[in-house]
Design a protein around this ligand. Structure first.
Ligand code: ADP
Ligand code: ASP
Ligand code: MG
Length: 250
């Protein structure tokens, strides 16, 4: 049995059908006897929609209120995905960042994760449930909701993998891996089998959004094995890695 953290980005969660497909992939890992923690982003376009609403009120919205609102997209995603998993006959529980005590500093809109209380998550996993956690958000020492900067769900995923000593953190997105450059911009981009944390850090610092830079920093610091995978491969069930799942089962 392995402990896997899977993170699904906005496009992967972009419609009810896609959410159902995500649930099916999670079921396959669960059926192989693995414990699964899932981190999700808001449905694609939702975070931009919320930011636009704030900007219609103020060009400089109060950062606390901004975080309070912009974090809501992920709360919708966690509940919908948990329902979809439950429909497949598997126990699932959703949690906001605050509910699993992802404690951050108080730097609204770009907060840093300081600690995670893994007790609640571990209890749910031990009970056989899939744990679904809202990405991109935490809570400061005063209980204010904070957000981790655009693309911050990657960092939530890696931080949870580090805190729970997961066997792997899988980042599911709309491309099937890390390329030499953005494959949507450069047709000649080549998929990389492996990349060091240092090289990935350089790529992220040059603006590649495939992984948020803080996620790469975290992964390097805590030596979290990280894989970028497509949530759209191979029709319904996507890039389920049968061999890898079996290997971990032994
Ligand atoms: P998600 O919503 O799943 O977090 P993002 O849009 O944040 O997805 O990140 C995935 C996107 O990153 C891809 O669609 C791709 O256009 C872009 N990207 C930029 N640089 C790279 C790279 N070197 N390798 C792969 N994807 C890249
Ligand atoms: N929903 C947030 C954003 O759009 C976080 C994320 O997608 O990682 O930036
Ligand atoms: Mg992203």
């Amino acid at each position: 049995m392995a402990l896997i953290v899977q993170k699904y980005g906005g496009t992967s969660m972009g419609s009810i059908d896609r959410i159902k497909n995500v649930a099916k992939r999670i079921k396959r890992w669960h059926d192989h006897g693995h414990q699964v923690i899932v981190v999700v982003s808001a449905m694609s376009g939702e975070t931009n929609r919320l930011i636009d609403l704030a900007n219609q009120i103020s060009s400089t919205p109060d950062p606390r209120e901004y975080d309070q609102m912009v974090s809501t997209g992920e709360q919708v995603s966690i509940s919908l995905l948990s329902m979809a998993i439950q429909e497949l006959g598997i126990g699932a529980r959703s949690f906001t960042g605050g509910q699993v005590a992802i404690r951050t500093d108080n730097k609204h809109t770009k907060a840093r994760i300081e600690s995670i209380d893994s007790e609640n998550i571990q209890a749910q996993l031990n009970a056989g449930n899939v744990v679904v956690v809202a990405g991109f958000q935490g809570v400061d020492a005063e209980g204010n909701i904070t957000t981790l900067g655009r693309g911050g769900s990657d960092t939530t995923g890696v931080a949870l993998a580090a805190a729970l000593d997961a066997d792997e953190c899988q980042i599911y997105t709309d491309v099937d891996g890390v390329y030499t450059t953005d494959p949507r911009v450069t047709a000649k981009a080549r998929k990389l089998d492996k990349i060091t944390f240092e090289e990935m850090l350089e790529m992220a610092s040059l603006g590649s959004k495939v992984l948020q830079i803080r996620a790469v920093e975290f992964a390097g610091k805590y030596q979290v094995p990280l894989r970028v995978l497509s949530s759209f491969d191979e029709g319904q069930d996507g890039s389920f890695d049968e061999e890898f799942a079996k290997m971990l089962a032994h």
